[in-house]
Design a protein around this ligand. Structure first.
Ligand SMILES: [Zn+2]
Length: 438
């Protein structure tokens, strides 16, 4: 710029006044043109409407029309339509459709078009399909382009706008009725129950007057509510206990629900409930029973161990049976969370204090190895059930229950305390709004 102005200065000295004036005017025009910003590129739009490139205003002089490139066309799927039948009227043959669909597994979505959906296609003058745009859902856009190297596909996802919401309720009849009264969906109530399922038996433990608070996300697209997201934090007052759970996304991207200490809300299982035992009989659905001497499924694992060896609870849970059960002899059944039960049979005796309704911790001694019931010698017969179905205790995938890593603990505590403060604010506002709650 400096050089430019000194050049102007030189001109001023070299030219007579009239010429100078003209030169200034011309130069001014040049500067104005030079300072005009470049026209911004038109923003890419992901709407379904046909995009026509903006044309310059018609010029007074007749010019031959520039060759028209292929244009995007919008197709609406009707009942019974397939991608082939939609493209056929445009001259696109089945071979091209086949090549498109099989070029990328993301494009298999195009074989599941539903009536009413729309699809944008780019077909050139030689009836060659060059591009496809499709929205498989409100948040997804699938784009396919034909290049020299073949089809390339991209699936992009729009982000929901999220709003934090608060709900609280006191239980008078059931958790679901309380949830409905608090204005949350059954799905969210279910999520709440699952969160606390390892600590609270929602069939047996719930008492009138129990209460909960929950912070959760509501999802929006273009300002319109489209659903509920995750629970961010939940608290539960059950009888004399107060439990809280915090949603936390770990550095590796896993979402976990943790208590305030950073322990997982899901509790772990130990694989073997008797230490230093030897497996004497495996899970086998067509085993010959050693005492009954006939085919009878062996729906558990036997651990041979000296009489009196302690038997440990496989996981945190609750005693739902402790007593004698036919050939099983002395049996304890534990319930863990919502779907898991473990069974311990042929016990010599139960540990002190073990009775129905008692809560046990993982690895806590619940009884002692014996040979009560139909047993050839002292051993523990151990069963693992998921939703009532017997699974092989040796191989069943056990639920993961990782707490927070030590290097993330500080981060988690900050996040958890932020949620706690938010919960308190919402709760206070709700109390102000209607002082008869709680
Ligand atoms: Zn057995």
């Amino acid at each position: 710029m400096k050089q430019f102005f000194s050049a102007v200065g030189r001109l001023v000295r070299q030219f007579p006044r009239t010429h100078l004036l003209l030169a200034m005017v011309l130069l001014g025009g040049v500067i104005i043109i030079a300072l005009q910003p470049e026209p911004a590129p038109a923003p890419q739009r992901a709407t379904k409407a046909i995009e026509l490139p903006a044309r310059p205003a018609a010029k007074p002089v007749e010019q031959p029309a520039p060759p028209q490139g292929p244009q995007w066309q919008t197709l609406t799927v009707k009942a019974g339509d397939s991608l082939s039948s939609l493209l056929q009227p445009l001259g696109v043959g089945a071979g091209q459709v086949y090549a498109l669909i099989n070029s990328d597994e993301k494009l298999e979505r195009l074989t599941k078009l539903r009536p009413g959906e729309q699809l944008e296609v780019l077909v050139n003058d030689d009836d060659a399909l060059r591009g496809v745009r499709y929205n498989p859902s409100k948040v997804e856009t699938l784009t396919a382009k034909l290049t020299g190297a073949g089809w390339t596909a991209r699936l992009s996802q729009r982000e929901y706008q999220k709003q934090t919401r608060f709900a609280q309720a006191e239980i008078t009849d059931s958790l679901f009725l309380a949830g409905a009264a608090a204005g949350i969906s059954d799905r969210l109530t279910m999520q709440l129950a699952e969160l606390f399922a390892w600590d609270i038996d929602f069939v047996l433990d719930i008492r009138k007057g129990d209460k909960f608070r929950v912070l959760y996300e509501e999802l929006y697209l273009d300002g319109e509510k489209v659903g509920e997201g995750d629970i961010l934090m939940a608290e539960f007052w059950n009888q004399d206990r107060h439990l809280s759970a915090f949603r936390y996304e770990t550095l590796s991207g896993d979402v976990e629900y943790l208590d305030i200490k950073g322990d997982s809300m899901r509790k772990a299982f130990i694989r073997t409930p008797v230490a230093f035992a030897r497996i004497s009989s495996r899970f086998n659905l067509s085993r010959k029973h050693p005492v009954l001497n006939r085919i009878r499924a062996h729906k558990g694992t036997d651990y041979a161990a000296p009489s009196g060896t302690p038997i440990r609870a496989a996981g945190d849970g609750k005693v739902i049976f402790a007593g004698v059960k036919g050939g099983y002899g002395n049996v304890i059944i534990l319930k863990h969370g919502q779907i898991y039960t473990t069974l311990y049979a042929h016990m010599r005796s139960f540990a002190k204090g073990i009775r129905v309704g008692k809560r046990v911790k993982q690895s806590q001694t619940i009884g002692y190895v014996g040979s009560s019931g139909l047993a050839t010698g002292p051993h523990l017969h151990y069963e693992f059930r998921i939703n009532g179905v017997h699974r092989n205790p040796q191989t069943v995938p056990l639920p993961k229950a990782r707490g927070i890593n030590d290097n993330e603990r500080a981060e988690f505590l900050i996040a958890a305390n932020r949620l706690k403060a938010q919960m308190t604010l919402f709760a206070e506002a709700a109390t102000l709004a209607s002082s008869d709650v709680f």
